[in-house]
Design a protein around this ligand. Structure first.
Ligand SMILES: CCCCCCCCCCC/C=C/C(=O)SCCNC(=O)CCNC(=O)[C@H](O)C(C)(C)COP(=O)(O)OP(=O)(O)OC[C@H]1O[C@@H](n2cnc3c(N)ncnc32)[C@H](O)[C@@H]1OP(=O)(O)O
Ligand SMILES: Cc1cc2nc3c(=O)[nH]c(=O)nc-3n(C[C@H](O)[C@H](O)[C@H](O)COP(=O)(O)OP(=O)(O)OC[C@H]3O[C@@H](n4cnc5c(N)ncnc54)[C@H](O)[C@@H]3O)c2cc1C
Length: 551
């Protein structure tokens, strides 16, 4: 995040000075925004940067314990520079949070600079190869030029000058990383389902009839139900990630031309896609672990590490709930645009159906299910807006009415995102397989149908509310879904092999290409330090005295 922020928040002159040093690893930096007391609420950050025109420096301070920077990756022992997000004061006026480049350690000795307090925050659920740290300032001075001045400047005399046309230009790095995280979610879920599907083809357990041999667990319908949605979701996230990256690039190009019109939609899309992709990936990686029984709980399976790594992405770079609420904010505005007869941007154009007052006729085709997801999203948004307005009419302020409606707002945002993801998934598959062989087309279509049927069956309650789906339609869809799992089974291993993930990348005794699961599990077990000698010294210090009643 250090380099993207230098690129996004520095003037060309500042980039010319800092970027070569950063890219050449002459300096190592991190992005220190979150504090002990605040992560979500950026406007509530407490670290201060007060401009002193006498010395043309900013004085950095951590006025409270909760103002200490907390979490930044590499902060504890690795970096010697930080981008610090702080409340900017000049001429006695606070201008809100701004980014500053701050040297925290000596470039030669790596000792913390005087006035800088830095350390490690301690063990975490995962990410323990990163030295996430804390950072406090005690009247620590940095040159005026270290304020990142692309979007705002402080002149030598302390005059504050706003440059950016968009009020949230300083939040740009977070949008960039959120877009990257959708791809990360796809990649890590692909690893987990490769491990789990390959292992499920090797693992034999239980024989339905006493004479027969034990079945591959991948033959069980419940195992296919656990795992094939993981494969389909990895594809869905990858294709949505590519689509989002193009949306991001197009928006950035427009902003460079001075046009910020598409930034709100990009913020809404990157928020909900980052939220859903990381949450889906984390829960489905856990589902892959469940599918591998006890061996899935071994560190040597690679699955616990994957889960610990990915579940953090649901929180960092914007907590799941917070980001869905950002998308909901955009959707409520889009709803009001429909009411006012104004045109809608492409990803919310379906909202016009929220005003038909009729249930969408159920159609179980892939396109019909996507339309149903859109009707569901439009319907949930419509009922959410009604709740919001009912509360406003009762005399509550907008903020109060909004807060009381946030459960429904989050539901509407999630439904919108699911509709966008489903639409992109199917249309990208159709675009990419135009020249593919019939077999490849068939398999990829089977997978996106798994995705659509799975989520339709997960949302039957909402579909009953907003479409004409009947009880028998649901019964028929369940049978069709279960039949589809059986059609995919013969290709399941080939499909995950197609992720083409090398053993060195999978780091898994269960998922290695050669399938020698049991030999690899035993080989990994031998690496346990407890196997270094036949009798561990704790027998003599604890067990034997205890058994002899001497402890
Ligand atoms: C090989 C690749 C590897 C990839 C993996 C990389 C791994 C890197 C490791 C990452 C480590 C983690 C780093 C971090 O976590 S950095 C810290 C991240 N912190 C956050 O994300 C904080 C979340 N909070 C916020 O973003 C804001 O506080 C929040 C948006 C929630 C509220 O902000 P604010 O109160 O200022 O704004 P409002 O809600 O009042 O909205 C005001 C308007 O601004 C618009 N807005 C808000 N944010 C953005 C944005 N980012 N871009 C554009 N527009 C934005 C918002 O829509 C409002 O607009 P309207 O008034 O028009 O509605
Ligand atoms: C592994 C990891 C690495 C990280 N790396 C960095 C880094 O390099 N740099 C950096 O600056 N930060 C980093 N972070 C911090 C991260 O950005 C924050 O943890 C994240 O933004 C969430 O903020 P928080 O921790 O304050 O949680 P909080 O916002 O306090 O969340 C706690 C709960 O409150 C809820 N909540 C909060 N506000 C609201 C609201 N308005 N409405 C409804 N519910 C609300 C949340 O949904 C959540 O359930 C990292 C975090 C992790 C886990």
């Amino acid at each position: 995040m250090f380099v993207p922020t230098l690129m996004g928040q520095c003037t060309p002159e500042q980039q010319a000075y800092w970027l070569p040093r950063a890219l050449d690893m002459q300096i190592i930096g991190t992005y220190a925004q979150t504090e002990l007391g605040h992560g979500t609420f950026i406007r509530g950050l407490e670290t201060t940067a007060t401009y002193d025109p006498e010395t043309e420096t900013f004085v950095m301070n951590s006025p409270t314990l909760t103002s200490y920077k907390w979490w930044a990756g590499g902060l504890a022992k690795t970096v010697n520079y930080c981008i610090v997000v702080a409340q900017l004061y000049t001429k006695g006026v606070c201008h809100g949070t701004h980014p500053f480049i701050v040297q925290i350690r000596d470039e030669e000795t790596h000792m913390p600079r005087p006035g800088v307090k830095v350390g490690d925050i301690g063990p975490k659920l995962g990410f323990n190869t990163a030295d996430n740290g804390y950072l406090g300032f005690d009247n620590y001075r940095i040159p005026r030029d270290n304020m990142m001045m692309k979007n705002a400047q402080v002149l030598k005399d302390g005059t504050y000058v706003k440059v950016a046309r968009h009020g949230k230009a300083t939040y740009g790095t977070m949008v960039f990383v959120r877009v990257l995280l959708v791809n990360e979610a796809a990649f890590n879920l692909a690893k987990a389902c490769t491990i789990a599907v390959r292992y499920s083809a090797i693992r034999r357990q239980c024989s339905p009839d006493s004479e027969g041999s034990e079945l591959q667990v991948l033959d069980y319908s419940t195992q296919q139900h656990k795992l094939f949605i993981c494969i389909a979701t990895a594809h869905a996230l990858q294709l949505n990630s590519t689509w989002l990256w193009k949306t991001f690039s197009d928006t950035l190009a427009a902003i460079k031309q001075g046009n910020v019109d598409t930034l709100p939609e990009l913020h809404a899309l990157s928020s909900c896609l980052k939220a859903l992709s990381t949450a889906d990936a984390a829960s489905l990686i856990e589902q892959c672990r469940h599918a591998c029984g006890g061996h899935g709980y071994m560190m040597s399976s690679g699955l616990p590490y994957l889960y610990a790594f990915v579940t953090a992405t649901r929180t960092y770079e914007g907590d799941y709930t917070i980001l869905l609420l950002q998308t909901a904010r955009f959707l409520v505005k889009a709803y009001e645009q429909v009411e006012a007869g104004k045109p809608l941007t492409p990803t919310v154009s379906y909202l016009s159906q929220a005003f038909t007052g009729k249930k969408l006729p159920w159609d179980s085709s892939p396109d019909g299910i996507i339309r149903a997801f859109q009707a569901l999203a439009a319907g949930k948004l419509s009922s959410t807006v009604k709740s919001l307005r009912k509360r406003l009419e009762s005399g509550l302020s907008y903020e109060q009415a909004w807060e009381l409606s946030t459960i429904q707002l989050n539901g509407a945002a999630e439904a919108h995102c699911r509709a966008v993801m489903s639409q992109n998934y199917k249309s990208e598959i159709e675009r990419l397989t135009v020249n593919s062989s019939p077999n490849v087309k068939l398999v990829l279509q089977q997978l996106y149908k798994v995705y659509l049927y799975y989520w339709a069956l997960e949302r039957t309650g909402d579909l009953l509310l907003y479409t004409s789906i009947s009880e028998s339609d649901i019964f028929e869809l369940q049978l069709r879904y279960e039949g589809l799992l059986k059609e995919i089974r013969p290709n399941a291993v080939g499909i995950v092999d197609a992720f083409d993930l090398r053993d060195e990348v999978l780091h898994s005794a269960l998922g290695s290409y050669d399938g020698n699961v049991y030999e690899r599990l035993m080989a990994e077990a031998q690496k346990s330090p407890l196997n270094a000698e036949p009798v561990n010294q704790t027998f003599h210090t604890y067990l034997k005295p205890m058994m002899k009643g001497k402890l």
